[in-house]
Write a new protein. Structure first.
Length: 97
């Protein structure tokens, strides 16, 4: 897991990804991303092209694996939030001891 420093103002995911330096930290590691990271080196789910009716069965299977892996991460983060670990870290300013 890589976490970058927050950026001021309104930034989309791709811009914050490159400006915070996370792209350099994750250069050699395969990382999963959602549709907000299109055009980066992240592993994104397959999307239908214009005029394409359906994804191929292999693409559907790869998207299913991608969804399952991302769901595990999202559930873990929600548990951290429920335990107030991330909230305490954010409010403390210097980290959690």
């Amino acid at each position: 897991m890589a976490i970058g420093l927050p950026l001021p103002g309104n930034r989309n995911d791709c811009r914050a990804f490159t400006e915070s330096g996370i792209d350099r930290a994750c250069r050699r590691a395969p990382t999963l991303a959602d549709g907000g990271y299109q055009g980066t080196s992240q592993l994104n789910p397959h999307r239908k092209r214009r005029g394409q009716a359906h994804l191929s069965p292999q693409q559907e299977a790869e998207n299913a694996v991608h969804r399952q892996a991302r769901a595990r991460v999202k559930h873990t983060l929600s548990r951290l939030k429920n335990w107030k670990i991330l909230r305490d870290c954010r409010l403390n300013g210097n980290g959690v001891y």
